[in-house]
Design a protein around this ligand. Structure first.
Ligand SMILES: Cc1cc2nc3c(=O)[nH]c(=O)nc-3n(C[C@H](O)[C@H](O)[C@H](O)COP(=O)(O)OP(=O)(O)OC[C@H]3O[C@@H](n4cnc5c(N)ncnc54)[C@H](O)[C@@H]3O)c2cc1C
Length: 473
């Protein structure tokens, strides 16, 4: 799994008075703006991550004047380091299958995913000079293997379109007049606007911009927030034995929450034992559910099948064979043929088998216990590694309060949401970045057509039957 990487880059503005505001505006600003919409107030985009920059491009291409506010000196810090700096921007799934894998109702996410599906996103970046490829027919990366190429392409397109980027500029409020957003407020003052896209991301990796400000802004506007919990994060166990196998990696494991409602919804993939518990793609993918359960319980029981390709009956036959044909060998040594040696010792310990026990001496009850452990090692999770190491956030602005066809707030017209600030998150594999791009695209288009009227806003893509928006320049 290449999703995690040590943070680098971003540096948050304190938002304090006197902080120097750098305004990056292309010289071509005025001449490039199109249509009558440009004569009005700008669309403000709060957050210059993948969701915000894509929203800015969509709105500017639709003719709006656009100003992006980001608290970091260098916006887009998470995009720059994503996928270990390689940038797993999306995957090859069609929108319906993609939506099924997100942790949010597909009915909510599909309009955005149809507005900018994975193949459309790839064309979009190709047109911006960043061709992409998928070496495993699933995960999609830039051919250059450089996530920062994605960021540079978005910033260059913003400059070409005359988008103003204010950075560092931390937005602390959105004022509302007559039921519509009137201005965004930062340390330098109040900036009049005609619409605002809130794309402030979640709470993960605070030094890359994860402040949770978007939740505060949304609450001020009357929105409900589904309690944010860390997602795509390593888990901390009650048991200390993972420490003894720290660094041991299993390429294919099946992980599930050992509670009645959750047993059927496990994840499969690599796992790695750590000094505090477990990590790896299969664990990261289940971590948000575990984190949410930890809001109500002290401990969440997990089970890990270390060899999902070997059924219980196959294990039973194999162990019977050892007992009969290789009875003089220790069970630990025999197990080490299939699982890492340090883990074989752990399995024997949990099963109550002494490390010098010979296979020929195992009684039936112990053999059955061994099979049960091999096909589902119990591990009690007491915590996650927290937001500081969470690659995503689960929870956020409640989807029921957002119009799925436009990303517009159902509470304050002219306010739009995009990206991770919304209660949508996905597993590893480009799901979270794609959601940021797709929802940003839809929100930006919608915001550009928001003129302060009560009339319904024409959505770029309203349903599966509506033609997708071609993300071409
Ligand atoms: C280390 C790491 C690796 C990852 N790898 C991948 C990967 O390979 N594939 C994948 O799909 N996902 C990956 N993710 C997740 C992905 O990066 C995020 O889901 C995505 O960046 C969310 O985009 P966003 O635009 O919604 O939010 P962000 O990227 O978080 O951008 C939000 C922006 O808003 C700004 N902001 C916040 N509050 C304010 C405010 N009050 N005023 C002004 N600006 C504000 C922040 O500074 C930030 O620049 C990774 C995340 C991390 C941390």
């Amino acid at each position: 799994m290449a999703e995690e990487t040590p943070p680098a880059g971003g540096e948050a503005s304190s938002g304090a008075k006197g902080s120097e505001e750098r305004v990056m505006a292309a010289e071509t600003t005025r001449s490039r703006r199109r249509g009558s919409a440009s004569s009005g107030l700008p669309v403000a985009v709060v957050g210059g991550g993948p969701a915000g920059l894509t929203a800015a491009i969509a709105a500017a291409r639709a003719g709006a004047s656009v100003e992006v506010f980001d608290q970091l000196v260098r916006p887009g810090a998470k995009l720059r380091v994503s996928g270990n700096g390689l940038g797993n921007l999306t995957n090859t799934l069609p929108p319906d299958e993609f939506a099924r894998r997100l942790h949010s109702p597909a009915t909510f996410t599909l309009p955005a995913l149809y507005a900018l599906p994975p193949d459309g996103l790839r064309r979009f970046f190709e047109e911006l000079g960043v061709p992409t490829q998928s070496l495993d027919d699933f995960r999609v990366y830039p051919v250059s293997h450089r996530a920062e190429d994605l960021l540079h392409a978005l910033l260059a397109e913003c400059a070409r379109l005359g988008v103003t980027i204010r950075a560092p500029a931390r937005v602390t409020g959105v004022t509302v007049e007559g039921g519509r957003p009137a201005a965004v407020v930062d340390a330098s003052g109040s900036h009049p606007i005609r619409a605002v896209v809130i794309a402030t991301g979640g709470l993960g990796y605070p030094r890359l911009g994860g402040t949770g400000d978007g939740y505060r802004l949304a609450r001020q506007l009357g929105h409900s927030i589904v309690t944010p919990v860390p997602a795509l994060v390593a888990l901390v166990s009650v048991e200390e034995w993972p420490r003894t196998c720290a660094g041991v990696t299993l390429r294919d494991a099946h992980v599930w929450i050992d509670l009645p409602k959750w047993r059927r919804q496990g994840t499969r993939g690599g796992i790695v034992f750590t000094h505090d518990g477990v990590s790896g793609p299969a664990v990261l993918d289940i971590s948000a559910r575990v984190a949410r359960l930890l809001l109500e319980r002290e401990v969440v029981p997990l089970r890990i099948n270390l060899t999902p390709g070997v059924s219980s009956s196959l294990w039973a036959d194999r162990i019977d064979g050892w007992c009969h044909r290789e009875g003089a060998k220790t069970i630990q040594a025999l197990l080490a043929r299939t699982v890492p040696r340090s883990f074989a010792a752990v399995v024997c310990g949990i099963a109550g088998i002494d490390h010098v026990s010979r296979a020929g001496n195992l009684d039936r009850a112990t053999r059955e216990r061994l099979v049960a452990i091999l096909t589902g090692v119990p591990l009690r999770i007491r915590d996650t590694e927290g937001f500081s190491k969470a690659m995503a956030t689960s929870g956020g602005v409640a989807t029921a309060e957002i119009n799925r066809k436009t990303m517009e707030s159902r509470i304050v017209r002219g306010v739009y949401f995009a990206g991770e600030v919304i209660d949508v998150d996905g597993p590893t594999g480009g799901f979270n970045l794609h959601w940021a791009f797709a929802s940003g695209w839809l929100a930006g288009h919608s915001a550009a057509s928001s003129h302060g009227k009560r009339a319904p806003i024409t959505a770029p893509v309203a349903s599966r039957r509506t033609p997708r928006v071609a993300p071409s320049a």
